[in-house]
Structure formats: C-alpha cells, structure tokens
Design a protein around this ligand. Structure first.
Ligand SMILES: Cc1ncc(C[n+]2csc(CCOP(=O)(O)OP(=O)(O)O)c2C)c(N)n1
Ligand code: SF4
Ligand SMILES: [Mg+2]
Length: 351
C-alpha cells in the first residue's frame, strides 16, 4: 500500500467556499513524509489557496517528477487530475498536457534535485516557452528521497549532516527563472503560510509562466547547524521584500491600510495583488533590478522572499503559437485530421 485514505467524517459547521466545498474537498491521502517535513506545509498551503480561490478540483491538473517533494501531489487535491512522471521530466509532460487542453489549471510540483539537476534543461525550456502554469519547487538543498546528498541548490560551504562542506557553486532557480523570462517570480518559506498562501493564489491566477521557489527544510537530512536550508537559518536570514494579499475580482476591496502604503497590481481576470513594500526602493516590475537585488542579498547570505517580479502584460505559449482554443479531446476527427488534400497542400508549401 503506497498511500493511506482519509476518513470521510466532516463537521456539520465546517467552513464552505463559494462552490459549497469544504477544505476536505481539496485534501488528498494521508502524508507518508517524515513528521515535520517542510513539504507537508506547502501541501497544506496549496490546499488552502485552492479552497480560498474556490477552484473546482476537477479543473486542476497537478504534475510532478520523482522525490519526496514530487510525492506530495498524492497528499492534496485528491479529486484533481494527477500525473507523477519520471525524475526531472515533469515540465515536458506538463507542456504537452497544456498544449492538448488549455482549459485546465496547471500546477507543477518539483524538488531542487528534480528541477536543478536532472531536470534543469526541462525546467528552463518550460519557463522560456511561457507555459501557463504555476511551477513550485520545494527546495531543501538535498536529495531527500535518496537520503540527503547535496543538490545543485545547496549553497557553497553549506555543511552536510556529517559535517562535510559543499564545494560547489549553487544554482539559484529564482535568478534563472528571471533570466529566462518568467512573468511571475517569487520565493517563500514553508514555515511562513501567511506569505505563501497569497503567493500561490496569485501564481495560480497568473496567465503565463509563474514560478515559486519555496525553501522547505528537510528535517531528516538538512536541518542542522551549518546548513543554509534549515528552519533556524531561513528564519534568521529571511529578507522579506513585501507582504501581500490576493483579492479576487468578486471580493469587495476592504481598505484597511493607511493611504499610499500599499501598491495594487491588477491581473487579467480582474483580481488584485495588494502589496505592502518592506524594502523602500524595490520595484517588482523591473526584471533587471530584481536580478541584481537578489544577487546582492544572496552574496551576504540573505534570502529574498516575497513577490520578486511580475509582468502584468504576460502572454503564454498558446498566444505565441496561435493554437486552437478548443481542447483536442473536444474536437471532432475532421478538425484534428485535415485529410489527404490538406496534407498535400502543406507538403507542397514546404518543397
Ligand atoms: C532517472 C533517475 N535518476 C535518479 C533517480 C534517483 N532519485 C530519486 S529521487 C532523487 C532526488 C530527489 O531530490 P529532490 O528532487 O530534491 O526531492 P526531495 O526528495 O529532496 O524532495 C533521485 C536522485 C531516479 N529516481 N531516477
Ligand atoms: S527525507 Fe526529508 S524531504 Fe523526505 S520526507 Fe523526510 S524530511 Fe521530507
Ligand atoms: Mg530536495
């Protein structure tokens, strides 16, 4: 048995969302991860975000690779579409699914090993192609599932559990995502649900490639002194750029802040990200400035978290390719198979 089903009991006064669903409708099987693993907190933030957005579970497709992080989709959104792919191959499977059916909401869940080592090329191409998705990396700096080897996001000089220094330079997936043209880039911490839930909501609503790097300590292999991905280290070095609320287009915008202190970013669907800046000069619309800001912070051992960059005018792969709006499975044969005459015409045009 690889998973445990949850009992169906539900409290009569349980909170319901606009669809009449309770939080239970967004849950999955009982987690088999180590008690206290950061990844479980991210699963919980994903469920909260989908519940609060009142997303119909059957409209969500969750895809992952291999790793403790990639196991997590089993533990949330049990009524959604799911595909647990091969190590590092989630991005291409997600890209294919998205091309075939643009009507689903795509959530890619991966690990730092899955995305920064074996799947680095796959990660890069899904981002640069502007696949409409929310791509979450649950970043613990180690290969948790295979017992704690350093991963490519582990900082140079960070110590392993056995006291060995990592000699190699790290890959910062946030910097890479910015460089490759991601139109929504954020970093958060599994231990900060107040920051993570609105970021996930905004990332899910974003029309384009949205990426969130979530530092997610591995309590079994990377939560000791000398690690730069431990709960203590992240709490002590968290340089929050902003705090945010996500306001859906239906919700009334309550004014609960002094005039001039918040910045509103409107999204395509009419919803709003309300930001409170914590770093005075930081501009979330300036890609180049974002890159140098997080680089400077990183050099001094600080971890920039919050919404790092957003492009309000983002477009996605379908807009770039001019694809048909209808999902392939809703098309008739005559729409998908143009016939011999049409094919001969295409071939003639290529000669
Ligand atoms: C092709 C292939 N190579 C190697 C492995 C072994 N393997 C399984 S999970 C994993 C690393 C997982 O690390 P990460 O993605 O960071 O996930 P975590 O367990 O840390 O959440 C590796 C190397 C594999 N399953 N398949
Ligand atoms: S080994 Fe690490 S990453 Fe895997 S479940 Fe345990 S704490 Fe989480
Ligand atoms: Mg990992």
């Amino acid at each position: 048995m690889t998973y445990l089903a949850k009992p169906k009991f539900r409290h009569p006064d349980i909170e319901l969302n606009e669809l009449g669903f309770s939080h239970r409708d967004y849950e999955g099987s009982i987690s088999t991860l180590c008690a206290g693993c950061g990844h479980d907190s991210i699963s919980s933030a994903i469920m909260r975000a989908c519940f609060e957005l009142s997303l119909p579970p059957h409209r969500i497709a969750k895809l992952s690779g291999i790793g403790c992080s990639s196991k997590t989709p089993t533990y949330f959104l049990g009524q959604s579409h799911g595909f647990n792919s091969v190590h590092g191959r989630m991005p291409s499977v997600l890209t294919g699914a998205n091309l075939a059916n643009r009507e689903l909401i795509y959530l890619g869940v991966s690990g730092d090993g899955d995305s920064a080592s074996i799947g680095f090329g796959q990660f890069a191409h899904a981002i640069r192609r502007a696949v409409n998705m929310l791509y979450i990396v649950e970043n613990n700096g180690v290969y948790g599932l295979t017992k704690g080897q350093f991963s490519a996001t582990s900082d140079k000089g960070s110590k392993s559990k056995k006291g060995i220094d990592n000699p190699d330079s790290p890959i910062d997936l946030v910097s890479i995502a910015l460089q490759l043209g991601a139109t929504f880039v954020a970093r958060s911490f599994s231990g900060d649900k107040d920051q993570l839930v609105p970021l996930i909501k905004a990332g899910l609503e974003h029309q384009g490639a949205a990426f969130i790097d979530v530092i997610s300590p591995c309590i079994a292999f990377n939560n000791h002194q000398g690690s730069t991905k431990s709960f203590d280290y992240v709490r002590a070095h968290n340089a929050e750029l902003n705090t945010l609320d996500f306001i859906t287009s239906q919700a009334p915008i309550a004014v609960d802040y002094p005039e001039g202190e918040a910045q509103d970013v409107r999204l395509h669907d009419g919803s709003t990200i309300r930001l409170r800046k914590l770093s005075a000069d930081y501009d979330i619309h300036d890609r180049g400035a974002a890159m140098s800001h997080i680089y400077r912070l990183g050099r001094s051992g600080e971890i920039a978290t919050g919404l790092i960059f957003i492009d309000d005018e983002a477009s996605d792969m379908h807009a770039r390719l001019g694809t048909a709006k209808k999902p392939l499975n809703a098309m008739a044969d005559r729409d998908i198979v143009p016939g011999g005459a049409a094919l001969a015409k295409i071939n003639a045009g290529l000669r």
